[in-house]
Design a protein around this ligand. Structure first.
Ligand code: ATR
Length: 270
């Protein structure tokens, strides 16, 4: 038995995703969404293993707090400052990991097979919680330099302070300029999401040989991806990241590595 804890939780796609994998793999497990208030988090984490849970995914607003409550935290979760996957070990210890960066990189590797991270700089739009995992994973994948731009510049500077010299901060009003050098372009802001304003960064500087991806997956094709496609870039939508970040947790909990394919996408979009 596994699940996802957060608040609110109704919007989470994880139950559909894990439910699909349980079904197609003929496994008997359950994956349950749980709305957990901040005040109850510690108690819930103590109780779930005793109820037979093998782990949980963690979403807003508990991604940081669970790190304090876990017994073991992976280096990548520590670097990112947040965890999204907990494993309840047989010895009673709680192991916290962050698989967002893995999901992000895997999505690009699978859907843009020609992508060579080390070939040139990356441009990252946004410096919120999601951007930390993206920056960490891009550096880990061998990107030589990251240009990062955020409406609130100090948040980008905070990332630069944490991740060092391979990051340069670009003013939000100049964000379009940084695209001229970038071979990997990532939108980590919520701009372009259904119900949010569009991303208005000028895109005419995009290189044809760039791989462009958006963490927004509703709609699947954001203005950034549509424009990039028109300009001849390789584009990858954000749904894949959501699917791939769930793979390591499912594998640890249920002992089987799930496949990400068109049926998985369809299960989540239903
Ligand atoms: P997440 O964890 O999903 O990254 P977040 O930490 O709230 O969420 O970050 C949201 C990102 O979208 C931030 O980079 C935010 O910019 P600010 O740091 O300036 O808030 C960006 N964002 C959201 N609305 C925006 C807007 N209207 N214009 C520009 N950037 C916006």
């Amino acid at each position: 038995m596994a699940g996802v804890i957060g608040s609110p939780i109704a919007h989470s796609k994880s139950p559909q995703l894990h439910g699909h994998w349980l079904k197609v793999n003929g496994l008997k497990g359950f994956y349950i969404p749980m709305d957990v208030a901040a005040d109850d988090l510690e108690q819930v984490l103590r109780t779930l293993p005793r109820m037979g849970f093998v782990g949980v995914n963690v979403t807003v607003p508990h991604k940081e707090k669970v790190m304090e409550l876990a017994d073991l935290v992976t280096d990548r979760a520590t670097l990112i400052g947040a965890a999204n996957t907990l494993i309840f070990r047989k010895d009673g210890k709680i192991h916290a990991d962050n698989t967002d960066g893995y999901g992000f990189i895997q999505n690009l590797r699978e859907n843009a097979p020609g992508w060579v991270p080390a070939a040139g700089p990356a441009a990252v739009l946004g410096a919120g919680g999601a951007a930390r995992a993206i920056v960490a994973s891009l550096l880990d994948a061998g990107v030589p330099e990251i240009l990062i731009s955020n409406r609130t510049r100090v948040r980008a500077e905070a990332l630069q302070a944490d991740f060092g010299k391979r990051l340069s901060v670009v003013d939000w009003v100049q964000a379009g300029n940084m695209l001229e050098d970038a071979l990997t372009v990532v939108n980590t802001t919520s701009l372009g999401m259904m119900g949010k304003p569009p991303l208005r960064v000028p895109l005419d500087g995009l290189r044809k040989d760039a791989v462009v991806t958006d963490l927004v997956y509703a709609p699947l094709k954001t203005r950034l991806l549509l424009e990039a496609e028109k300009m001849g870039c390789t584009t990858v939508d954000g749904l894949g990241m959501l699917l791939y970040q769930a793979v390591p947790g499912f594998e640890r909990w249920f002992g089987m590595r799930p496949t990400v394919d068109s049926a998985t996408r369809a299960a989540v979009l239903r």
